[in-house]
Write a protein that binds this ligand. Structure first.
Ligand SMILES: Nc1ncnc2c1ncn2[C@@H]1O[C@H](COP(=O)(O)OP(=O)(O)OP(=O)(O)O)[C@@H](O)[C@H]1O
Ligand SMILES: [Mg+2]
Length: 159
């Protein structure tokens, strides 16, 4: 069973927008995205403080079936979650907020091969996209007066 299936967000390569009324919806959206992702993919999460970037990553981790608890990696910069099984990608969760730049993800010296994982970078816009030819850009927006989040996503190719 995959909790993400119910959300019907289309195929890999598609763009879209969605309203996420509460945190469970943001997690379900992350799980839905996971069904489109494969090892070596980069996901850049953009959005202000408290927008739900980590909540979305929690859903992504659940959808991918990776191990370990997702938490805000603020103090550790990056966390590697092991794959849930053979032939499945792991998840590398990076918080770029404290990083001046991210010239090379290898510089994080993770004990994991990036090609074997999905890499998700909070605050990654302007920092991580040049590491790859194509990435999934996910933007979260919030209205201070309500819990509702707006998410938009698109696959972006570097020229
Ligand atoms: N619709 C929603 N989607 C996501 N989170 C929500 C929603 N409604 C309320 N919340 C709450 O907003 C907070 C989002 O926190 P989260 O850590 O995921 O944000 P973040 O974007 O990662 O923040 P930071 O910039 O500090 O890393 C949580 O406390 C969550 O419960
Ligand atoms: Mg966060």
């Amino acid at each position: 069973m995959n909790v993400g299936d119910a959300m019907n967000i289309g195929a890999r390569g598609d763009a879209g927008t969605r309203e996420l009324p509460e945190v469970a919806d943001t997690e379900a959206f992350g799980a839905a995205l996971a069904t489109l992702l494969r090892a070596g993919d980069l996901v850049i999460l953009d959005g202000p403080l408290g927008a739900g970037k980590t909540a979305l990553t929690r859903g992504l981790a659940a959808g991918l079936g990776v191990g370990g608890r997702v938490s805000s990696p603020t103090f550790i910069i990056a966390r590697a979650h092991p794959p849930g099984g053979p032939e499945q990608p792991g998840l590398i969760h990076v918080d770029a907020y404290r990083l001046g730049g991210l010239d090379d993800l290898d510089a994080l010296d993770l004990d994991t091969d990036l090609d074997e994982s999905v890499v998700v970078v909070e605050w990654g816009e302007g920092v991580a996209e040049r590491l790859v030819d194509e990435y999934l850009l996910v933007r979260l927006r919030r209205d201070d007066l309500s819990e509702v989040r707006q998410v938009s996503w698109e696959w972006v190719r570097n020229d």
